[in-house]
Design a protein around this ligand. Structure first.
Ligand SMILES: C[S@@+](CC[C@H](N)C(=O)[O-])C[C@H]1O[C@@H](n2cnc3c(N)ncnc32)[C@H](O)[C@@H]1O
Length: 270
């Protein structure tokens, strides 16, 4: 495994970073804080499982034959999704970006422990950086996620941040975004009481789509989710309701997936 501990040292904050590293204070009990602010019967683990399963599905749908995917998790937090993607046989390299040094430290520790487990056969390269602009020039990723991050970036800085992220997406690559739905009153309530969402400014889906409305990106998946809590969706009838109402702005979250088509090259072909 290539594990670059050095790169997780903090560097100066520039670009689209916000000023305070809110998540430093919560990194070591992130999941507990989330659970404390969820109503009885709802658990952070259920929401996380949903994200993980969607990632596996995206990989299956868009990269069924690849075994060397480079994956970038923007706002990787304590590394939960990176850790989950280590198990995916299509992924060979994982890079996390997070402005919180404490979160980066925990992400590194988790991945390192996972790779050192006796019998661990999967050796996936892992690196973390503080900012997108710290990524090596010319780096390209097949899969980029920005899950529950953009509502922590001030609206004025979002366009630059989105553009910067898109630069690192390879042709044919997928950019996946997961965000809270501001039209859902229950979501707004939970965000209001969550201590690390104090800086949050929720981003409507239309704004997210606008951020990535550029020539070479095509929207492939565009759906609201979680009208009901994720744990209820193991019941077929509930899942059917969820799936049929995914186009309406009712769900607690929404998710989008864009593909980079490199239209310019296609248009220039004789
Ligand atoms: C709510 S957590 C989400 C963590 C993870 N993506 C998930 O879905 O569980 C948001 C994370 O984004 C990070 N973050 C916020 N703004 C950022 C920025 N401008 N650059 C890098 N990371 C950022 C925070 O430090 C935090 O770890």
């Amino acid at each position: 495994m290539r594990y670059d501990r050095g790169r997780h040292t903090p560097t100066a904050a520039v670009g689209c970073n916000m000023q305070n590293k809110t998540f430093d204070a919560y990194a070591d009990h992130y999941e507990k804080v989330l659970n404390r602010h969820l109503p009885p019967g709802m658990e952070h683990a259920d929401f996380f499982t949903q994200k993980r399963e969607w990632m596996h599905l995206l990989i299956k749908r868009f990269f069924p034959l690849r075994s060397n995917l480079k994956y970038l998790d923007f706002g990787c937090g304590i590394g939960s999704l990176c850790e989950a993607m280590i198990e995916n046989p299509h992924v060979s390299e994982i890079v996390g970006v997070d402005e919180s040094s404490e979160s980066r430290r925990m992400a590194c520790e988790r991945i390192s422990q996972l790779n050192q487990r006796p019998g661990s056969s999967q050796k996936v390269g892992f690196q973390v950086y503080e900012k997108i602009s710290d990524l090596p020039a010319g780096a390209q990723f097949d899969l980029i996620t920005a899950f529950n991050v953009f509502h922590h970036i001030t609206p004025k800085k979002r366009a630059d941040c989105a553009q910067e992220l898109t630069k690192y997406l390879s042709d044919g690559g997928i950019l996946a975004v997961w965000e809270h739905n501001p039209w859902n009153p229950f979501t707004r309530f939970l965000v209001r009481i969550c201590p690390f969402d104090r800086d949050a400014s929720l981003m409507p889906r239309s704004q997210a789509i606008e951020l990535w409305r550029v020539d070479d990106l095509e929207l492939q998946i565009n759906e609201y989710i979680n009208i009901t809590p994720p744990s209820f969706q193991r019941f077929k009838a509930v899942l059917a309701i969820e799936e049929s109402l995914g186009g309406l702005p009712l769900g607690a979250q929404y998710r989008l997936a864009f593909i980079k088509t490199n239209k310019r090259v296609l248009d220039e072909r004789p």
